[in-house]
Design a protein around this ligand. Structure first.
Ligand SMILES: Nc1ncnc2c1ncn2[C@@H]1O[C@H](COP(=O)(O)OP(=O)(O)OP(=O)(O)O)[C@@H](O)[C@H]1O
Length: 593
């Protein structure tokens, strides 16, 4: 439509006039219209049928005024992104852009309160990204009423007050971390990970600490609480047994064991409370003891360098709560950061077998596998100790708050992450051949990234020790199509998890957001979504993460990896590559053609 295209050029040039530092927009001139059909002639413009449907001017050093009046004349405009520029002052009055589906204004210098009515009438709004600015005041309550709002990214601002009460299942992705929010997290948001809410000192409720729980226990307290609770239960069992004996009910087979347990637990409790926590390495093995009862077993002599009393005393900050329990970060005296993860529901094997399995895990050594440094064993609960990994998880990196120290990973970084994950997995396959799913719980929160974005796998090799019913309900392998169809996991189940992870990395979409029951009882998943988008000929802009910086010459390789991800997700296990083949194909993908 030439006349419309011309007028769009005029509108956009008018829009450019109020911007400053527009060096990056040098091809915005009258020499060519912004769109020819679906072809974009101007940088940062997305076209469809000769009209502009999107403007994405990211990381261009732009400042000045965003001319909403001009933008409101672009009748087909549905998405705007001005992320990563230097815009400041109050949020522009977006009310006139009522057809917008996505607004990305993160990583600027906007400030001030957001007027309550600024989004009024924006009934199509699906995604609102205002992270890493200096907004103040309340999060507008009206956002909770927008029928289509799915993604809300408000992290790293100075928002105050309570989080609006979003209806159940409306929001698919949220981050309000590092603000000044207070009060209880609405129940409708409690399913999101703690990282979406952390950094708000007075915010509480699931997935953060309960509103009346203390904030930072020490690691020692965590252990003591676990022991005391267990001891109390055991003592209760003993009392019941004694009472039953008095009534001359014949002994139950478990009585002696339970009484022994209780005595043992009481000893441990006393030992723990009076124990100095000083340590001396045990000559015959790699274990280190502080007293006869409470001991963390160290799995690697070279790492056997910190004193257990350091760890017990260290104040532990909760990092989040997963399906097995909470994970804590603890700083030792010398500043070294450790992570202690509590595991419940881990009684599938007896103590000796558990120790043996941990020793197997402790022997692993690969640049993409986070070693288990040590563990603490109680029948009812285990603690696993690992190093703290600086950039936290891939999940946080992909879906969490963005800042200078945590920028959105670009395509080369994402490809390196996929390759590292693949190498780590292949290593686990080679070293743990007896396990059906050597990882078993692969997902983006279990891929940690170090300072140079090297991925490190964690929570691997646990399927054999987790109680089967619990594993079936909660571990990633048991969400696979083959488990749903045949009740079995196979050697290709981790390949499926790898496929899902690849799709998540490329699309920037969180797989669990797709796990809702469809009408026919079918479970929608990220692979079906990607597959139908590819089949339907959706543009790469719509499929790949819009925030992922890449060059034009990388699109072909990105598509190659996407298709490989889909292949790994094949419902029919026969059609999936095995781990070795999958990794070989991943190694073939290049940054650019
Ligand atoms: N060693 C570590 N260093 C830094 N962050 C970690 C470390 N281990 C776990 N985390 C982070 O702590 C948070 C809580 O982890 P946790 O393992 O308890 O839950 P999860 O990974 O979300 O779920 P699951 O229990 O199913 O693995 C996650 O964001 C995770 O990425």
């Amino acid at each position: 439509i030439p006349s419309l295209a011309e007028s769009e050029a005029e509108i956009l040039l008018k829009f450019k006039e109020s911007l400053e530092n527009t060096g990056a927009l040098s091809d915005w001139t009258n020499a060519k219209p912004p769109c020819n059909g679906d072809q974009e002639n101007w940088v940062g413009i997305f076209c469809e049928n000769g009209t502009v449907w999107g403007i994405q001017l990211q990381n261009m050093g732009l400042e000045g005024i965003i001319d909403i009046d001009a933008l409101s004349k672009l009748v087909y405009l549905r998405t705007i992104s001005f992320m990563g520029n230097n815009f400041d002052g109050p949020l522009p009055n977006l009310t006139r852009l009522s057809a917008l589906k996505s607004i990305y204004l993160s990583n600027n210098k906007f400030s001030g309160d957001i007027p309550a009515n600024v989004f009024s009438g924006m009934l199509s709004l699906k995604k609102l990204h205002l992270a890493n600015n200096k907004f103040t005041g309340q999060i507008p309550e009206a956002l909770a009423a927008w029928p289509r709002l799915k993604e809300l990214m408000l992290e790293n601002n100075d928002f105050v007050g309570e989080i609006p009460k979003f209806p159940q299942d409306r929001i698919k992705s949220i981050n309000v971390s590092h603000n000044e929010l207070v009060g209880e997290i609405p129940v409708s948001l409690s399913k999101f990970s703690a990282s979406a809410f952390e950094g708000n000192k007075y915010l509480c409720g699931a997935p953060l600490r309960s509103c009346d729980a203390p904030e930072q226990p020490s690691v020692g307290t965590i252990i003591i609480v676990a022991i005391v609770v267990t001891a109390a239960i055991a003592a209760l069992v003993v009392v019941v047994i004694i009472l039953r004996r008095r009534k001359q009910i014949p002994d139950q087979p478990s009585a002696a064991g339970a009484a022994g347990d209780a005595a043992d637990l009481n000893r441990i409790e006393q030992g723990q409370q009076s124990g100095s926590g000083s340590s001396s390495p045990e000559k015959s093995g790699h274990s280190k003891k502080s007293d006869p009862n409470v001991k963390i077993t160290f799995l690697n002599e070279e790492r056997d360098k910190f004193d257990m009393s350091d760890l017990l005393k260290a104040s532990a900050e909760i990092l989040g709560s997963g399906v097995f329990g909470s994970t804590y970060k603890a700083a030792l005296n010398d500043g070294e950061l450790m992570v202690v993860k509590r595991f419940r529901y881990m009684n599938n094997v007896n103590k000796e077998e558990f120790h043996e399995h941990m020793r197997r895990l402790g022997r692993l050594s690969h640049p993409n596998v986070l070693p288990v440094v040590g563990f603490y064993y109680r029948k009812e609960e285990k603690l696993l100790v690992t190093d703290y990994v600086e950039k936290v998880s891939l999940a946080v990196q992909l879906h969490g708050n963005r800042s200078k120290s945590r920028p959105c990973p670009d395509w080369p970084t994402r490809l390196r992450i996929v390759k590292g994950v693949a190498r780590g997995l292949l290593y686990l396959y080679n070293e743990l051949p007896s396990l059906t799913a050597p990882h078993g719980h692969l997902k983006s929160s279990n891929v940690l990234l170090d300072g140079s974005y090297t991925p490190l796998l964690t929570d691997y090799g646990l399927v054999p020790v987790v109680n089967p019913e619990y594993a079936q309900e909660h571990m990633i392998s048991y969400k696979s199509p083959e488990y749903k169809h045949s009740g079995r996991i196979t050697k290709k189940t981790d390949v499926w998890s790898l496929g899902v992870l690849i799709l998540e990395i490329l699309t920037g979409k969180f797989p669990s957001n797709f796990l809702q029951q469809g009408n026919g009882g079918d479970t929608a998943d990220i692979a079906s979504w990607v597959e139908s988008a590819v089949r339907g000929g959706d543009s790469s802009v719509e499929i790949f993460d819009a925030d992922m910086v890449r060059s034009e010459r990388s699109e072909g390789e990105m598509m190659k990896l996407l298709k490989l991800g889909l292949n790994c997700c094949e419902t029919d296990v026969e059609l999936r590559p095995d781990m070795k083949e999958a990794v070989e194909k991943i190694e073939d993908v290049q940054e650019e053609e």
